[in-house]
Design a protein around this ligand. Sequence first.
Ligand code: ZN
Length: 762
Amino acid sequence: MSILATNLGFPRIGSHRELKTALESHWNGGNADDLLKTAASLRARHWVLQQKAGIAHIPSNDFSLYDQMLDTIAMLGAVPPRFGHKGGPVPLDLYFAMARGRQDAAAMEMTKWFDTNYHYIVPELTAGTEFKLSTTKALDEFKEAKFLGITTRPVLIGPITFLKLAKMRDGSDALALLPKIIPVYQEVLQALGDAGADWVQIDEPILVCDLDEDTKDALNDAYSELTFFGPEGGPKIMLATYFGSVGNNTQSLVALPVAGVHLDLVRAPEQLAAIAKALPRERFISLGLINGRNIWKSGLTEGERLIEEARALHGDKLFISASCSLQHCPVDLDTETRMDGELRGWLAFATQKLNEIAALADAANGRRDNAYFLENAKAVGSRVTSGRIHDPAVKARLAAVTPDMATRKTGFIERIALQQSLLKLPLLPTTSIGSLPQTREIRELRAAFKHGTLDQAAYEQKLEEKTAEAMAWQDKIDIDVPVHGEYERNDMVEYFGEQLSGFAFTERAWVQSYSSRCVKPPIIFGDVSRPLPMTVRWTAMAQKYTAKPVKGMLTGPVTILQWSFVRDDQPREQTCRQIALAIRDEVLDLEKAGVKIIQIDEAALREGLPIRKADWQHYLDWAVESFRLTAGGVKDQTQIHTHMCYSEFNDIIAAVAAMDADVISIETSRSAMELLDAFVSFKYPNDVGPGVYDIHSPRVPSQQEMEDLLTKALKVLSPQQLWVNPDCGLKTRGWKEVEPALISMVAAAKAVRARLGTAARP
Ligand code: ZN
């Protein structure tokens, strides 16, 4: 019996971000048919690509026009009541309205998918939510592939992961809804089976999390109902776990009556033995051997070793696969035309990873392509010894770090008083998170400069004009702490990656972050240092145009790490500390240039949290220490801000306080300040700016709404510690929305200030 090459999911954006272009033109009034045509051609292209690579189980329904959780919400008909849906199929405009908001209904919440930088739409449910099959997407896409001659393995997000990630609006128990959603899943599975699906992949990544007994029971209940072992057959279920070890949930997993289980053996190779022994021999194990979260060529000998181990323990009911969906990888290394040969030799993107999967499967079936394996071994080996990777000066500096380098000289109370005597800010100071709208004009300027059609002097002149305009506008609307707008930055990580040693950047290595938004993570391949100042001239230039204190903007080490493809030849924490020292150099240069407020964004600090609680403290220790290393060298008078974009905060608030930033801004408006619960039980000592404007939606909030949010915030924060700002940077929004929104935001701050009766901060 042969061991099949399989795949859990393929990136949907297209190697040239075709999906992004099509979505955005649709949202700007373009025809829905054009969007749907592009989507279909991407699906077809990716199916054929996988078939040609020799993948036997090719996924379908891994494609999405927005997000796979939103697809599941639509499939189940779980549309929140504010969208006024009367039942029946969910139309496209409603689908997008749930994600992006509508003038009469705020968008649904969005949050990060486990520990990735991919965002999903959070289901909003109550005990009374009714479920009814409301889309035919899974079936349609299966048939679409079948029409092309490809029998796919449809992918669904499993009911337990769906419910556990849902937000219960009424505080009731999500799992109590299980009996109501199971019939919908049954209907879908039945329809897929009838249409000819032999296997269906159901993703339950929740199995790598800490689970309580109720959840384990629910898993058991769900899969007893979803598995058809009867004479009519029904599709076989491949239950996919990924992003870590099933660990102490192993007994629950192997007890589920499913035909196969998928394991992430990149992050957790050690789990293989226990599961391979415990799982009945007639069930399949899908071995996740190729890293779906990174861009390095895999060491295939380790893959071969694991296959042998699996075979010895379990026989040959095995599939070969990547650790998780390849959705988190860029599409195709072949689109990189300018990368040097040495670096390219170390890399594999989604398309190349398909070949690695197929090569391992072929080898397992006695058709080992020795030349391919030899080349792989050479490439992997050359990374270990390359002189481009190891910089003795960086290693020596890191070894010499002392604890006082990560500690501000005095405590917050004294610092803030000194800062205030210098900055003279009003109560409830207004600011923004950094970037201002990146208009088409600005993007074109950057592109022209990058492609050499605009010379450096002309480019910088143009950007200076734009920045000067932004400064004048912020003065006019009376923002207390203006920003330069980050017009020179394509992306908050890539911009720094391009200027740091040890980083490489790509032309098209895009991965989806959310919706049409893609990021192009830099590749950290070697020891990191900062040869030259990276941001000083832009901040200093902006300061010439205003008397207000301009906030200098940097990206913090944890976020740079988190949003890059990181070298896998040393612990992540060591790479993070190297980045921290590089950012520290920049902070000190900004201070030297007279910048009084410096924001070091740690947008991704929380998403870096390990999935298992037992691993949290170690991570938080090095993450917080890295941040403190960036800021620990400044004078008391220099005000350090940080920013974080997420709303689950409660569980890490002590670590956030330990970062000891003078001011922290956080995302809150979409979750209506629920986040502030954290501040009720934990007395956060420093200043806080809970976002009052949801920048993820084109909707413009009213002054009243923002006043209400501030009033809410004042219930748990003191007026002396409250700042007023949007949820996040404004680069994705247009001026049409940002102008009225920020004008109202300043007005809201002034109104609340007036109510408080003091204009000045004591
Ligand atoms: Zn943010």
